[in-house]
Design a protein around this ligand. Structure first.
Ligand SMILES: [Zn+2]
Length: 138
């Protein structure tokens, strides 16, 4: 009687192993389910082109909206910066000069930024956070 019982359990285990009883080889299944999905970080040229389009559109909208809402313009700039980081695209010269790198606010000369020249450089000060940026003009 005891011998038969042992044999039955062995058969049960073999069956479980072959047909995948989740109660017995559950631990094994868990490991198999933990398959790591590795996605490529490299962005295709098409993606980069779309990113550049979106960035320029955001700057265009920020230029329009800053008269009504400076907050919204700042938000557009921070979104554009996020896109440029994710898709590894850089801003144009004009775009770079139109926002504060420290506080991401959209700079409008005479409103929230001050531009002066010194030692052959254009010094732009953000009046929100008082950060300076220097540009070489051509
Ligand atoms: Zn600033």
């Amino acid at each position: 009687m005891l011998f038969l019982g042992l044999e039955q359990t062995i058969i049960f285990y073999i069956e479980a192993f072959c047909f995948g009883n989740p109660y017995i080889i559950g631990g094994n299944k868990k490991i198999m389910a933990k398959k790591k999905v590795v996605r490529s970080r490299k962005k295709s040229p098409a993606q980069k082109k779309i990113a550049l389009e979106r960035i320029s559109e955001l700057f265009r909208q920020a230029e329009k909206i800053h008269v009504e809402s400076q907050k919204l313009a700042d938000r557009y700039v921070s979104l554009a910066r996020k896109i440029s980081l994710r898709y590894k695209v850089s801003f144009s010269r004009e775009q770079k000069a139109s926002f504060c790198k420290k506080c991401s606010s959209f700079l409008v000369p005479g409103k929230n930024s001050r531009a002066r020249t010194s030692n052959g450089k254009l010094v732009v000060q953000c009046l929100n956070c008082k950060a300076y940026r220097r540009f070489v003009y051509k």
